[in-house]
Ligand binder design. Structure first.
Ligand code: PEP
Ligand code: MN
Length: 361
């Protein structure tokens, strides 16, 4: 079911309405020179929305925690001298008041803050009656309801220019990404609130420069509206997130390499072919459900049999063998190990649920 928020278009005077909407600038404002130089180089390359963190939520203490209020003078200068619009992160009422005092144009709520309903409510209350655009990063944990809740809190406080930032989700242990994109979560958010613009943050998803283009392209192929990309005049010397920041020139190259595909096609041949392929997919999905249903009926029988014979539900060695074999079979069919493991974990869990139900009957 879709959620009705009272939204206004996330567009800005003097900023191109063409996809993607781009915000760029350093992870952190570090000095007046670094802010002005980065902003100038971005402006020269057609970027109008400048981001910079003023208060930085760092995982560990005794690292660079942002320049604080001083940086707001520099953002004001970016706005006045270069005519760019400025954006920064707010995490509490004091940040909100300082930003409003200095005329910051767009605020965002960071991933750690959006995971905390008390903090989001406090920010929403501080913004009550203020007409300012707010972007909400996905919470660090993969919880779409929590993300939706943040938009509802802000909207109830009268904020109508809202956008979502997809920056990926924390996982335990080392993975390929700094923050797993879990694309199905921003997709679900868009399904639930269709008119909410989605801005992907490839910098925090990747944690390095190598994959920025692929992630940005994927966001464009999902028809997301924008990109926010950390950009620094001297990335290697950045005081935070150095490994993921790029120069304004690299940003320009990245943006001009993106392929922007259409969401809909007028060409009847293309649309018929697509329709045909989608029907094939639907048929396979129907079959998948039918097979899964049959599989669970067998699980029910096994459950009943184990109950009769007083055997535990889980025999881990069997599960281990099954998974190893499936990974190998999947590989032969062009399916990634990660996908096969996820699918069979879900199937196995459902099977256990069925058997548990039978055991307890
Ligand atoms: C940032 O944008 O610099 C930032 C701190 O992001 P996140 O809240 O996504 O970690
Ligand atoms: Mn950062």
């Amino acid at each position: 079911m879709s959620i009705q928020l009272e939204l206004e278009p996330f567009v800005f005077e003097g900023v191109s309405k063409e996809r993607p909407l781009v915000l760029a600038g350093p992870c952190s404002a570090e000095s007046e020179e670094q802010v002005m130089e980065t902003a100038r180089q971005l402006k020269e390359r057609g970027i109008s929305l400048f981001r910079a963190g003023i208060w930085k939520p760092r995982t560990r203490p005794n690292t660079f925690e942002g320049v604080g209020k001083d940086g707001l003078h520099w953002l004001k200068k970016v706005k006045e001298e270069l005519g760019m619009l400025t954006a920064t992160e707010v995490a509490n009422v004091n940040h909100v008041f300082e930003c409003l005092k200095f005329g910051v144009d767009i605020l965002w709520i960071g991933a750690r803050t959006s995971a905390n309903p008390f903090a989001v409510q406090e920010i929403a209350d501080a913004l009550n009656g203020v007409d300012i655009p707010v972007m909400v990063k996905n919470p660090v944990n993969p919880d779409v309801e929590l993300w939706i809740g943040a938009f509802e809190r802000l909207n109830q406080a009268g904020i109508k220019k809202l956008a979502a930032i997809h920056r990926g989700f924390s996982t335990y242990g080392k993975t390929f990404y700094r923050n797993d994109p879990h694309w199905q979560i921003p997709i679900e958010l868009k399904r639930r609130i269709p008119n909410l613009p989605m801005i992907t943050d490839p910098s925090h998803i990747c944690g390095n420069r190598d994959m920025l283009f692929e992630v940005s392209q994927e966001a464009m192929d999902l028809y997301f509206e924008g990109l926010i990309i950390e950009t620094h005049c001297n990335p290697d010397k950045a005081l935070s997130d150095a490994s993921q920041q790029i120069t304004p020139e690299s940003l320009k190259k990245l943006l001009s390499s993106l392929v922007l595909r259409k969401a809909n096609v007028d060409n009847t041949v293309i649309s018929h072919t697509l329709e045909d392929l989608r029907q094939q997919i639907d048929t396979f999905d129907d079959k998948l459900l039918e097979v899964l249903g049959k599989r669970m009926k067998v699980a029910d029988k096994i459950g009943a049999y184990k109950k009769e014979n007083d055997i535990t539900i889980l025999q881990s060695s069997r599960w281990d063998q099954l998974l190893t074999k499936r990974i190998m079979d999947g590989e032969k069919k062009g399916l990634s190990e990660d996908f096969v493991v996820k699918v069979f974990r879900a199937i196995h869990q459902e099977s256990i649920n069925h058997q548990t139900k039978i055991m307890n009957e």
